[in-house]
Design a protein around this ligand. Structure first.
Ligand code: ATP
Length: 240
């Protein structure tokens, strides 16, 4: 992957100021203020229904907040998002990648070589001509990561990207996350897997019932969480 712009200039902070989200008069996210900065791995945690995906979709601009403001404190960085169930085109694995390069106006003569490079990086070369939608869950997720890799993102959002995968596939995704991060990409991901959060997080955003309960370092969250809900969650006593 080419060096993201972050090596040349810092990635802009993402600022959420009193951001809330309501649906049919029901509050799903209480006013939340948060800054996502630096080249960090931020893990959004919380029990089912806490609002993790909601917060991530707001941050990535897929949802519009009911109140509050979300803005980049500088140039809008290149962003990519990987979902729990990858959205892939009804084409071969390689064509899914060349299609994205086409959208991004990469000259046609370069597309195949770059797509094969990405397949190779994610161990998918032998599956290049297989229809993307018949790939296994883990292979599809790697293809989604390869597609994100092609965009050379400054910020990568991952929403429960490993929750449907077996341990080997989880490891492959986690390795990819580390590779993105090592090349200068800010990571923002949701998970309810405590072990995964402990392995990957620099900092933890903990939500409960649509409320931000704490935003602390990995060390603080796992050794001395500031919120009673965070404490109960890591002890397995907070289900929702
Ligand atoms: N776009 C939307 N419109 C209306 N309601 C929504 C929307 N997105 C999420 N919700 C609701 O908001 C609540 C929080 O959902 P969200 O998916 O953010 O939870 P989560 O913490 O990611 O949970 P899980 O761990 O189960 O995936 C849920 O009750 C969900 O039904």
């Amino acid at each position: 992957m080419n060096a993201p712009t972050s090596i040349l200039a810092p990635i802009a902070d993402l600022q959420l100021d009193s951001v809330s989200f309501e649906h049919r008069g029901q509050s799903l996210l209480a006013p939340t203020s948060l800054t996502l900065s630096g080249c960090r791995r931020t893990v959004i945690m919380g029990p089912n229904g806490a609002g993790k995906s909601l917060l991530m979709r707001l941050a990535h601009g897929l949802l519009t907040p009911t109140t509050g403001r979300i803005y980049w404190q500088g140039p809008t960085p290149v962003q990519a998002m990987v979902f729990q169930r990858p959205v892939l085109l009804r084409r071969s694995a390689i064509d899914n990648l060349t299609y994205v390069l086409g959208i991004h106006k990469v000259p046609r003569a370069q597309r195949k070589a770059r797509a094969y490079q990405a397949l190779d990086t994610f161990g998918l070369t032998s599956l290049a001509h297989r229809p993307a939608r018949v790939l296994s869950g883990g292979e599809q997720q790697r293809l989604a990561l390869a597609r994100a890799w092609l965009l050379n993102p400054d910020v990568l959002f991952l929403d429960e990207a490993t929750s449907a995968l077996d341990p080997a596939a989880i490891k492959a995704v986690e390795d990819a996350v580390m590779a993105f991060h090592a090349s200068g990409t800010r990571i923002v991901m949701t998970t309810h897997d405590l072990h995964q959060a402990k392995r990957l997080a620099d900092d933890v955003v903990f939500l409960h019932n649509g409320q931000l309960r704490e935003h602390t370092s990995n060390e603080t969250f796992f050794s001395a969480p500031r919120s009673s809900e965070g404490r109960a969650f890591i002890q397995g006593e907070l289900v929702w």
